[in-house]
Design a protein around this ligand. Structure first.
Ligand code: ADP
Ligand code: 2DT
Ligand code: MG
Length: 219
């Protein structure tokens, strides 16, 4: 079927609390795009395969302790080491679908008490997502999906604080980049129901609805 009329790929980010269904939906969207004849690539953040990613992985598994500022900068550095490849793929017509991005970075670090004035600058000028889909799920529904894992941040208290911060991050995105860049999607219902809700939102973006050039975050 049709490819993006601007020639470049779309940059689509998924955000949301733990267990809202991000990884499930990201995988299904990449599959669907490829079935439809698009070039698509999944980019997970953190990317735990790089040298910096391995430090982040140890931190998340509580095998290493780290100052809050230092780990925040490592998460941002982990995006910077992937940034050139994302831009190159977008230029080559590949749609890049990210499972978390800079918005998780800000929400989680500010939930620990770091100010926005510290949290935002390290991600400045990263590739700007064409659209961020923020999946929402009532905590009571999320808690029925499966037990929390063993990683850092997987507690009700932390998730509640992060959720509040995501609201502030959403306001910042809309203020700096326009209302259309951040869209809330209900993650309630079956996997197929959520998938068709998502497809309804990304269809126009993937099929030509992006600016000619990729923007820069917070710029
Ligand atoms: P996230 O990446 O946001 O943490 P996952 O995609 O890993 O979430 O999903 C968390 C759990 O919930 C998994 O066990 C997954 O199979 C399940 N799940 C995902 N979407 C749904 C849904 N719509 N309804 C019920 N269970 C779901
Ligand atoms: P998952 O691999 O299950 O998505 O968990 N995080 C993520 C941060 O604290 N800062 C960031 O910049 C990013 C991208 C959220 C990853 C965990 O890492 C947190 C949950
Ligand atoms: Mg996930």
């Amino acid at each position: 079927s049709s490819s993006s009329t601007s020639g470049r790929g779309a940059f689509i980010v998924f955000e949301g609390l733990d267990r809202c269904g991000k990884s499930t939906q990201v995988a299904r969207l990449v599959d669907k795009l490829e079935r439809d004849g698009h070039k698509a690539r999944l980019q997970k953040f953190p990317d735990r395969t790089t040298a910096i990613g391995k430090m982040i992985d140890a931190y998340l598994q509580s095998k290493a302790e780290m100052d809050d500022h230092a780990i925040h900068l490592l998460f941002a550095a982990n995006r910077w080491e992937c940034a050139a490849a994302i831009r190159r793929d977008l230029d080559d017509g590949v749609t890049v679908i990210a499972d978390r991005y800079a918005f998780s970075g800000i929400a989680f670090s500010s939930a620990k008490g770091l100010p926005f004035t510290f949290c935002l600058p390290p991600d400045t000028a990263l590739p700007l997502p064409d659209i961020t889909l923020y999946l929402t799920l009532p905590p009571s529904v999320a808690s029925q999906r499966s037990a929390f894992g063993v990683e850092r941040y997987e507690t009700v208290a932390i998730q509640t604080a992060v959720r509040e911060q995501f609201g502030l991050v959403a306001n910042e995105v809309k203020k700096r980049h326009g209302d259309g860049r951040w869209v809330e999607v209900s993650a309630e219902g079956s996997i197929e129901e959520v998938e068709s809700r998502i497809w309804g939102l990304v269809d126009s973006v993937v099929n030509g609805g992006v600016d000619g050039t990729v923007g820069e975050l917070w710029v």
